[in-house]
Design a binder for this molecule. Structure first.
Ligand code: G4P
Length: 527
């Protein structure tokens, strides 16, 4: 197989959901059907247990275990599939947003009873910003839930997706009999009372075939026909190109726990999901099938085990192929480096890899030199875009509690920020440092790691802030007036970009009204 064929057969995607909708179960079932694992339960360690939500050391330990499952690669049919894990725990949402910069498509899991939940909306919004193709899996059909049409309306309204059902449930909960697969025009039914097993599917060319009445009963068959007719009236025909452009999302129904609907999802996925996509850089758009290698770092995982302190940087190969022991340019430092032990991920194991192709993820051992967003090339100056930081939810001043260790503290804070544990803002007026995080838990993590890894001590002080807003200037005169009036609220992020630390939603609105010549963004990239 040549390099282009290798690239073309890659499918790199993430599974996203509100916690508990069934992401872990679906991931596991995909690995099971893909033949990558032999038994259910193998990737459970991936999930941060509910009992551990207030104990950060326990969470870190579990995150440590989950390094191995950060990327799960396996072969299915003639495709090479890479599933990128997205942490479900809300405090690590930023990790998930960054992982989404490295996927070429996503599967969004929704619990049929709960519908669209807070985290579902947020994650779908991040995908829609980049027009990432989204496939929807409505899960837990073995339980009573919302009416399928109502649920699809809810998804369209709350997330703003255009949907196209490719399968349709026959009954629900106790009465769930199976699904009508619109994509392949076949009926997939449960076998009697054993919902773990799927009866051989029955192919039906015509929805009016009397076989359906015999198989599911007259009233369920009648209802199915009415619903399928309604679907054809209400929803547009499925168009693969629209899906690949992120404009139309196919929907599947099933039950991950009961292995139901998962095979159909996987079979359709490998057929329609996009191969590696081009990526924008400051300088130009980089295409996957270019001869020369390029990659960017989207995640850095630090090991909290004091005996194995090294970090692992996860790089997505954007173009060409990667080779072990070959010299590449680390663009930000302008240094050549080669990797003797790059990692690849197969199922839940990692091993040293000699070659990787566009679409793949390689794990690069790092002793503290890399930063999220860094790029590697064969010499070209490329800075990949669309890897923004989002406004944190919590803000605190960080104080040095041991004046003798100021250097260690600064180094520690810098490295932790490079890893993406939190964001650092420096106030313009007095140089005080503010740490912004998505979850309150990160403050404990930072304090612990500064002390144990860098020998520095810190404490925090509340900094009242509603949102960090990155400022885009259209009118210089207004910008100067804004700077003069709001100097107390201005800070720089670690890339030296100007940020307005709005103290309330009211003051943010007032500022927007007063300075129409400026735009306030809740993310660091806006062009
Ligand atoms: P998450 O990663 O999205 O957070 O969800 P996860 O897969 O861990 O699933 C959350 C809970 O929902 C689990 O139960 C899981 O067994 C259950 N679940 C997943 N898919 C289905 C389904 O199709 N039908 C039904 N009825 N349940 C489903 P748990 O009791 O929280 O955990 P566990 O003890 O089973 O691991």
């Amino acid at each position: 197989m040549n390099v282009n064929q290798e690239i073309e057969r890659r499918r790199t995607f993430g599974i996203i959901s509100h916690p508990d909708a069934g992401k872990t179960t679906l991931t596991e079932k995909l690995l099971l059907f893909g033949g990558a694992i032999q038994e259910a339960g193998a990737v459970k360690s991936n999930k941060i247990k509910k009992t551990a939500t207030s104990d950060f050391m326990e969470i870190e330990k579990q995150r440590g275990i989950s390094v191995a499952t950060s990327v799960m690669g396996f072969g299915y049919k003639d495709k090479r599939i890479n599933i990128l894990d997205t942490p479900g725990h809300q405090d690590f949402a930023e990790d998930t947003y960054r992982t989404l910069t490295a996927v070429d498509s996503v599967i969004l899991v929704i619990d049929v009873a709960k519908g669209v939940e807070a985290q579902t909306e947020k994650l779908a919004e991040v995908c829609r910003m980049r027009d990432t193709p989204i496939m929807v899996f409505i899960n837990k059909l073995d339980r009573e839930g919302k009416d399928a049409f109502d649920l699809l309306d809810e998804v369209e309204q709350k997330i703003g997706l255009s949907l196209c059902p490719l399968s349709w449930p026959i009954g629900m909960g106790q009465d769930f009999q199976g699904v009508y697969d619109i994509w392949s025009k076949s009926l997939k039914l449960y076998l009697g009372s054993n919902k773990q097993k799927v009866q051989e599917s029955v192919s039906i060319d015509d929805i009016n075939d009397p076989q359906i009445d015999e198989l599911v009963g007259e009233s369920a068959a009648k209802r199915l026909r009415e619903e399928v007719e309604l679907i054809t009236e209400v929803y547009e025909d499925f168009d693969v190109e629209m899906y690949r452009q992120g404009l139309l999302s196919p929907v599947f129904f099933g039950s991950a726990l009961n292995n139901f609907g998962v095979n159909e999802l996987l079979d359709c996925f490998v057929e329609i999901a996009p191969s590696p996509q081009p990526k924008r850089a400051e300088e130009r758009v980089v295409k996957p099938n270019e001869d020369k290698f390029s990659a960017f770092i989207f995640k850095i995982h630090a090991n909290m085990d004091p005996n194995h302190r090294n970090r692992l940087a996860f790089a997505k190969v954007v173009s060409g192929s990667f080779e072990r022991n070959k010299n590449y340019l680390h663009v930000r430092s302008n240094k050549k480096m080669k990797f003797s032990a790059p990692m690849t991920f197969f199922a839940s194991k990692k091993s040293v890899v000699d070659n990787a192709y566009a679409g793949d993820i390689v794990g690069l051992p790092d002793s503290g030199n890399f930063r999220i967003g860094d790029s590697f090339t064969e010499g070209e100056q490329l800075q990949f875009k669309d890897i923004p930081s989002f406004s944190p939810e919590h803000f605190r001043f960080i104080n040095n509690d041991d004046p003798m260790k100021a250097k260690q503290l600064n180094k520690g804070v810098d490295q932790l920020m490079d890893e993406g544990v939190a964001q650092l803002f420096t106030l313009e007026t007095n140089g005080r440092k503010i740490i912004g995080t998505v979850g309150a838990l990160q403050y404990e993590v930072i304090q612990y790691r500064l002390e144990h890894e860098y020998g520095a001590k810190c404490s925090y002080e509340n900094f009242p802030c509603y949102k960090a807003c990155w400022v885009e200037v259209h009118d210089e005169a207004q910008f100067n007036e804004f700077k003069a009036q709001k100097s107390r609220y201005l800070a720089r992020d670690k890339f030296n970009q100007l940020v307005f630390m709005a103290d309330s939603s009211f003051s943010l609105q007032m500022t927007k009204d007063k300075f129409p010549g400026l735009t306030f963004h809740l993310k660091s990239e806006f062009t």
